[in-house]
Design a protein around this ligand. Structure first.
Ligand code: ATP
Length: 513
């Protein structure tokens, strides 16, 4: 199965089992907008809880807020979003398709890198044990040629983006002979800037009403509340403010399912530090955030850092955490050193002081900020794509199993009476009742036990608890594990503790401390 086929299957599976639906589907959907179904919302909530607990509850110096989506329009002038939150877009005149010029180039660069890796792998097979990779990379004419092409495109792209030179950006696309991925032709328009913010009107009458924006990031709600939180919470630098909430971007190209949406959710934390100490905190947060991802157990080689080619208008250092999605390594999280840009500009635009008096140094200053910013939806996609497995079983049978880390699984356990009689349903229901105060559990009595196991595998339920005739006699039940399909008998009274141990967030959080 190719990665593309796998991705298509994942999208179909997500819909079939109630994880993700296209928005307003009965009207044929709305481009790049999705709804979470009964399983999706549980998964999403668990991801948010994992982030929230790791970032706030386990720490003395980070607190949370929940700011409004609407903000005073001056906010977005101060933050630079009105002037600079643009993507360069380009159209193909034949296919009428629209692309982000930088994304077309990045994909071209990724293809060249892939070609280089293929050459190296071919040579490795040819030369066997005597293969000297470094020497091959520095001498193979084909590899050198590809590397030179990649480096030229890359450096021209970075320069054009940094200098905001749209004509040159187009020229790089033309010179690299990049064709429309859909139509295949090279009939490109000029490159134009496109502002990504959604604008709407506030007030009951349109006339004279103020234009306001749907926030394109949650961070600004934190900056404008910096002093409120610092003073009322008596916070001492260094400290952080965390927030989870919706953000909106009028993305030019919305593709790859929930990877790029127009309405999405972010989990952001702004960490306020002394000027001059930002790089050490930047390194700290890079490392911590990577360990948060790796604790999920999908494999360390599924992640990498990717330093930004072009720094945003507010940053002096920026790295992405990239995850290996079925469509390649792509950003799930950004870690940015935002300097004093945001607080400094809000001071200028609002005329209010946003300073911190440092009792240790006796100085008053605008703090520097290190930000960690992750998309909830991209995390959902990370978990779903890493978890989806098709397995051949003994006896010619097969199953789809979602190996979702147990603490994130939508349903922790399913309680199944072996048959629908002899008092087994009543017994199973009393097990459910004892569990539901602490865990999301399901009761299921329909179809054969094998079919019920498959249904639970398909939504990633870590444990199935089967109640049979023996249960009535000795108070035991059968516990089946999703991944190994192993079954063992345990006392029903032990089940709550087992679920807590195996499916609690604690198992993830302990890996971080
Ligand atoms: P990209 O380069 O993919 O457009 P970005 O660098 O603009 O992303 P940031 O502004 O750093 O993204 O936003 C922080 C995080 O918010 C991203 O790492 C991503 O997880 C999430 N995010 C950003 N845009 C979207 C979107 N359109 N849909 C879903 N999640 C998004």
């Amino acid at each position: 199965m190719t990665q593309e086929e796998l991705f298509k299957k994942l999208i179909a599976h997500s819909k079939e089992y109630g994880f993700i639906f296209p928005s307003s589907e009965i009207y044929d959907g709305l481009s790049a907008v999705y709804d979470y179904g009964q399983m999706g919302v549980e998964l999403k909530n668990n991801i948010k809880a994992y982030w929230w607990e790791a970032m706030t509850r386990l720490r003395d110096n980070i607190v949370g807020i929940d700011a409004a989506i609407f903000m005073h329009p001056r906010t977005w002038e101060a933050s630079g979003h009105v002037g600079a939150f643009n993507d360069p877009l380009i159209d193909n005149r034949d296919s009428k398709k629209r692309y982000r010029a930088d994304v077309l180039l990045e994909e071209h660069i990724a293809k060249l890198e892939e070609k280089i890796e293929k050459e190296v792998e071919k040579a490795r097979k040819r030369f066997g044990d005597s293969f000297d990779e470094a020497q091959y990379r520095s001498t193979s004419p084909r590899v050198l040629e590809l590397q030179k092409e990649r480096d030229t495109v890359h450096s021209r792209m970075v320069k054009a983006l940094t200098e905001n030179d749209l004509a040159e950006l187009r020229q790089v696309i033309v010179d690299a002979e990049i064709a429309d991925p859909v139509g295949g032709t090279r009939n490109w328009t000029e490159v134009r800037q496109f502002n990504l913010m959604f604008e709407t009107k506030m007030g009951s009458v349109a006339e004279g009403a103020n234009s306001i924006y749907l926030r394109p990031e949650t961070a600004q709600g934190i900056f404008v509340n910096f002093l409120n939180v610092q003073k009322t919470g008596r916070m001492k630098i260094p400290f952080g403010i965390a927030q989870i909430g919706k953000a909106f971007r009028n993305e030019i190209v919305a593709r790859q399912f929930i990877f790029r949406m127009r309405e999405f959710e972010q989990m952001e934390m702004q960490f306020f530090v002394r000027p001059g100490e930002e790089m050490q905190w930047y390194e700290y947060w890079k490392e911590f955030r990577m360990s948060w991802h790796r604790a999920l157990g999908f494999g360390d080689d599924m992640y990498r850092f990717h330093p930004h080619d072009k720094l945003a208008h507010y940053a002096n250092a920026a790295d992405d955490v990239e995850f290996r999605f079925p469509f390649g390594f792509k950003e799930v999280e950004g870690i940015h050193s935002r300097t004093d840009f945001d607080l400094g500009n809000h001071e200028k635009f609002s005329g209010k002081k946003l300073r911190y008096f440092d009792p240790e140094t006796g100085e008053s200053y605008v703090p520097y900020v290190v930000e960690t910013s992750i998309g909830v939806d991209r995390m959902v996609l990370q978990v779903l794509s890493a978890a989806y497995v098709e397995e051949e079983l003994e006896g010619g049978d097969s199953r789809v199993v979602m190996r979702i880390p147990a603490p994130l699984a939508p349903v922790k356990a399913a309680v199944l009476p072996l048959v629908k009689k002899d008092g087994l349903p009543e017994m199973a229901r009393s097990v459910v009742d004892s569990l539901r105060f602490d865990h999301n559990v399901q009761y299921d009595e329909k179809d054969s036990i094998g079919k019920r196991y498959r249904r639970q595998d398909a939504i990633g339920t870590p444990l199935c608890i089967t109640v049979d005739h023996q249960s009535g006699e000795d108070g035991t039940v059968t516990l089946r594990h999703r991944d190994t399909m192993e079954q063992r008998r345990v006392a029903a009274a032990e089940v709550p503790a087992i679920i807590g141990r195996e499916c609690g967030l604690r198992t993830l959080l302990e890996k971080l401390s």
